[in-house]
Design a protein around this ligand. Structure first.
Ligand SMILES: [Zn+2]
Length: 325
């Protein structure tokens, strides 16, 4: 599961915060015990001192340290006994002053061996959802997709009604999102403005992200401007802006074809499409352009990949945004 650098960093920060809170709470418990029983603080300080004395005695040259160490050991044992007794009267256990473990599985480090622990994974999921919800408007759900807004009468060009076409498109998207895997196929949404392409891709983004996969959802315009920025700068942060498009489990590019197409956007698009194809990482692209219009606008290398390796879903109907008004 490849979460973007930014998502992973925020998740790690939250895990570190949780550990910090646990440490502070443990410290507060200790301070409270000291306040209730000042003698406990004295004993703890004395214990620290005997520890240092033992080390000093062991390192002292010239004389036999055994006698000194024996004496310090005895003192230490007396202090330990007094400490146990004090804790008992306070009805406390020794480990009450240890920070509570943030996670039993990884001890709060976020990793078990080299594998990401479930606790960090969950934080990544939450951070990613937060990132997505800043882009999505929060209402996108398959249940909210209104088929009744698509004409029921047969479309003269298609021979079937747009409602039927769109029902199968919606069902395909639903199945895709529910059964998503990191090697799921690529989808190409094609059709005019206001036919629900953005809505359905947002539904997929949400469902797939809820399944714990990393999803990057952006307009083509944003993707190109990130690549543009990374072209001139080499800082890690700018690089991370483009690598997320290549590394995430599912990349959704909205509104392809609305950008000003240049040599640069062609090469950035080719890089994204080709890199992800080579790595078998799924992409969903939505565009207002028809396959023929794609051929007119983009290089044959791009178009052959889009039309050859993407499952085409054609959207039809009348602009829903106008119908809703
Ligand atoms: Zn953990």
């Amino acid at each position: 599961m490849a979460y973007s650098g930014a998502v992973l960093q925020r998740a790690r920060e939250r895990l570190e915060q949780a550990r910090e809170i646990a440490r502070n709470e443990a410290n507060e418990r200790l301070e409270k015990a000291y306040a209730d029983c000042p003698r406990l603080r004295e004993v703890d300080l004395a214990l620290q001192r005997t520890m240092a004395q033992t080390v000093a005695a062991a390192l002292a040259s010239g004389s036999d340290p055994r006698e000194a160490i024996e004496r310090i050991k005895k003192e230490n044992q007396n202090l330990q006994a007094e400490r146990s007794w004090l804790l008992q009267t306070l009805e406390l256990e020794d480990d009450d002053f240890d920070p509570q473990s943030v996670c039993e599985l990884c001890g709060g480090t976020g990793y078990v061996g080299s594998a990401m622990c479930e606790c960090l994974r969950e934080l990544c999921r939450q951070e990613q959802k937060r990132e997505l919800s800043s882009l999505l408007d929060g209402r996108e759900s398959f249940d909210g997709f209104r088929l009744e807004l698509y004409p029921e009468s047969p479309d003269p060009k298609l021979g079937v009604s747009c409602r039927r076409v769109m029902k199968s498109v919606r069902d395909r998207c639903f199945d895709y999102a529910r059964a998503f895997r990191t090697d799921s196929p690529n989808l190409l949404f094609s059709g005019g403005t206001g036919l629900g392409k953005t809505f359905l891709s947002a539904c997929i983004a949400r469902t797939v992200a809820e399944g714990g996969f990393s999803v990057v959802y952006d307009t083509a315009g944003k993707l190109f401007s990130d690549f543009e920025a990374a072209k001139f700068q080499t800082s890690e942060q700018t690089q991370a802006r483009t690598t997320k498009y290549l590394d995430c489990d599912l990349l959704i590019i909205d509104d392809l074809g609305t950008e000003m197409t240049t040599q640069f956007t062609q090469s950035a698009l080719y890089q994204v499409v080709n890199t992800r194809l080579m790595a078998a990482r799924p992409v969903i692209i939505s565009t207002n352009l028809s396959p023929t219009e794609l051929e007119d606008r983009y290089s044959p290398q791009i178009v052959s990949r889009l039309l050859g390796s993407y499952e085409l879903l054609t959207f039809c109907g009348n602009d829903i945004r106008l119908l809703r008004k």
